[in-house]
Ligand binder design. Structure first.
Ligand code: SF4
Length: 280
């Protein structure tokens, strides 16, 4: 039987307004990266993106906000958007990615139709203070625990290529495994010249072996997803990620960078005799 690939699309419903200092993130206001910044994406545009994602085979649609975590205003905005998307495009499974969240906030999102919550550990506990000083790794881990307590689907992963050691990578993957996630998005650092971090030092072979390591270290995750940085990291070798353990990809644009045209990804899957998953 064909291996099934889960497609997910992300929608930056609020962009570039974060006060945190994550060194890999062009959405922090501190680094003045040349990106689009807005408080609220118009609902009309969000619905258009949702329909386009569905029409290209996406099952997951992720509502992302750029902030440390949820507050009352952001929570209301995400809930309103979630309800509207659910009504207009019920085929999509809604995911929210809004930073740190309490159990109470997550339960409110759940009531609004959000099925899954994405919050990445990003890197190892030991390396985290070198990439962010405004909040702790422990807060991130706690939010993931809250997602499990809320009995929502937990999506948590991280970024490779930030200058971490192999020991850090293994430590992050073990921490992710301890949270028993359903889906593990792995990102590869996409350098922006406004950021002080050095460009991603990984080559495609090393990155492929990290996908394999993720699959091996988190054996019970239903999905290992290759998310941000896919084109940049693998170029013409993107088709090799599936043989190394990935069974999910983000299609379309990323948060602040462009992705491949969705139809190119669909063509790639077809040429590999991989089918697009129709249900989660
Ligand atoms: S908290 Fe999130 S949005 Fe804010 S700078 Fe860090 S990674 Fe970027």
């Amino acid at each position: 039987m064909d291996k099934e690939i889960f497609l997910c699309s992300i929608c930056n419903i609020n962009s570039g307004t974060c006060n945190e200092d994550c060194k890999f993130c062009s959405q922090s206001v501190r680094y003045k990266a040349d990106i689009q910044r807005y408080k609220h994406k118009p609902l009309e545009d969000i619905l258009k993106e949702a329909k386009n994602a569905r029409d290209n085979g996406a099952l997951g649609f992720c509502l992302v906000t750029a902030d440390k975590g949820l507050n009352d205003k952001t929570l209301k905005f995400v809930c309103d958007v979630a309800k509207a998307v659910q009504e207009e495009v019920p085929e999509l499974r809604l995911i929210a990615c809004n930073g740190t969240a309490t159990l109470e906030q997550l339960l409110i999102l759940k009531e609004s139709g959000v099925k899954a919550y994405n919050h990445n550990l990003e890197t190892s506990k030991a390396f985290y203070p070198q990439i962010c000083t405004t909040h702790s790794w422990e807060e991130r881990y706690e939010t993931c625990q809250n997602v499990n307590k809320a009995e929502m689907v937990l999506i948590t992963g991280g970024i490779f290529g930030l200058g971490e050691t192999q020991e850090d990578r293994i430590s992050m993957l073990e921490a992710l495994n301890s949270l028993n996630p359903t889906s593990v998005p792995i990102n590869f650092y996409h350098h922006n010249e406004a950021l002080e971090l050095q460009p991603n030092p990984l080559n495609a072979d090393e990155a492929l072996s990290l996908i394999k390591l993720t699959r091996e270290t988190i054996p019970h995750a239903q999905r290992i997803m290759v998310a941000g940085g896919r084109d940049l990291m693998f170029g013409e070798r993107q088709n090799e990620i599936f043989a190394h353990g990935a069974n999910s990809i983000v299609i379309g644009n990323y948060l602040t960078t462009s992705g491949r045209i969705m139809s190119k990804d669909l063509q790639m899957l077809k040429s590999l005799h991989l089918s697009v998953a129709k249900k989660v």
